[in-house]
Design a protein around this ligand. Structure first.
Ligand code: ZN
Length: 408
């Protein structure tokens, strides 16, 4: 029987669990050790550590303290792993915990986190998604039902001292260019949870521990939907033992995780196996992780594809800006879905949660980049294709996503 090396109790705070941490730092002690070739299970909290509840209010999304995230399970030490190796992680299976067969998606208030389309959706909203086996649907968003493409939003190995310093230095330089704009998140010791660390060493590490928000060289918060159960990932190793941590599990997500709070976020477990390629970083010229996709993915083979170019909704021309182009593709898809009766918020939430593909289609045709958003048509209960008789309002508007106004 496969051992569950890290267990979480969802009725308790993640800060009471010393096998959980929410910062990256080389001195965080290993939660446990395994041998190359071992397979094992790690349970995880959802990324907010249970702050977001299964209810019909978005007050929790509005009020969350975002310096608390992400709660990760680990680090797992792998015997014999040394800096320069590649840690090969087979994601053998991933699932929800039986006592928590639901997940959440939402948009943060523009005043607290925001999101990709925060100018259009400035206040907190939430949708709850229920899991029935491998499928999910939401009481807040009628008309859609789809298979999960379950993946960890966040997985990676501990940085070494040099890499930690590099991260903090370059991100602080960016923050300094416009200190109030929220360009990056500096260390935030007040809400740091440093695993087993105690005393002065803990205080020092908390003051410099890197936030878990961005993806970095080690992987981290990449939010790649295709890094799903069945995938094989090759991670750079920076410290003795590698220090593998995982969390932020998603039942499903559209490319870009555009809603930011976030995909369909869930607590759960990851069954994985680890092996090593000694000296693999130099042998293969690896700086960032590489991975092989799963042999099993939801089979949606029909899409309605929305184009976007790097001219924003106010008509401003940008130079080959893929971010602007993808935003336009998303806004175009939302406008389209509204014709079937969805609110803009419901349409936005579908794009953040369903197995939507995002593609960078062109980056050389000055001045416009072109991005495309691929909306799978088979996730809908009705035909969303355009035709001569025009769209039918299948969604009657009685079901809405909870919205919480900003406090004055
Ligand atoms: Zn997430």
């Amino acid at each position: 029987m496969t051992d569950t090396l890290i267990k979480v109790d969802l009725s308790k705070s993640p800060t009471e669990n010393e096998n959980i941490h929410n910062r990256w730092h080389p001195d965080i002690p290993m939660a446990c050790w395994v041998n190359p070739g071992d397979d094992f299970i790690l349970e995880t909290f959802d990324w907010t550590g249970g702050f977001i509840k299964n209810n019909d209010s978005a007050d929790d999304v509005r009020d969350i303290d975002l310096t608390t995230v992400h709660y990760l399970s680990g680090p797992v030490g792998v015997k014999g792993a040394e800096p320069g190796d590649l840690l090969v992680v087979d994601l053998l299976d991933i699932g929800a915990k039986p006592d928590s067969l639901w997940g959440f998606n939402g948009f943060f208030s523009k005043k607290n986190g925001g999101g990709f389309l925060t100018e259009h959706f400035p206040e907190a909203q939430k949708s709850i998604w229920d899991f029935k086996g491998m499928f999910t649907s939401s009481r807040h968003i009628p008309g859609v039902n789809f298979a999960g493409l379950i993946h960890p939003g966040l997985i990676g190995c501990l940085p070494d001292r040099k890499m930690l310093d590099l991260w903090n230095e370059r991100e602080q330089q960016l923050i300094n260019t416009d200190p109030t704009a929220g360009l990056a998140n500096p260390p935030s010791p007040g809400t740091a949870h440093m695993g087993k660390m105690t005393g002065e060493a803990r205080a020092k590490a908390a003051a410099e521990g890197a936030r878990t928000v961005p993806p970095r060289e080690h992987g981290g918060n990449c939010d790649i939907k295709d890094l799903s159960r069945g995938a094989k990932v090759f991670f750079p190793v920076y410290v003795d033992g590698a220090g593998l941590s995982v969390g932020d599990l998603h039942f499903s997500q559209g490319d870009g995780e555009i809603t930011f709070c976030g995909a369909i976020e869930m607590a759960g477990w990851v069954h994985m196996k680890v092996t090593l390629i000694k000296g693999g970083m130099a042998k293969y010229g690896i700086k960032n992780p590489i991975f092989k996709p799963s042999v099993i993915t939801p089979h949606y083979n029909d899409y309605l594809i929305f184009e976007g170019i790097s001219v924003d909704e106010a008509g401003k021309q940008y130079y080959l800006d893929v971010n602007v182009a993808y935003r336009q593709a998303c806004l175009n898809a939302i406008e389209y879905l509204k014709k079937f009766g969805y609110s803009g918020a419901q349409a936005y939430s579908i794009l953040g949660t369903a197995p939507v593909q995002g593609h960078i289609s062109g980056v050389v045709d000055v001045p416009n980049a072109c991005a495309t958003l691929w909306l799978p048509t088979q996730i809908f209960d009705f035909d969303i294709n355009p035709n001569a008789s025009g769209p039918i309002k299948h969604i009657d508007g009685k079901i809405a996503m909870p919205l919480s106004h900003d406090l004055k």
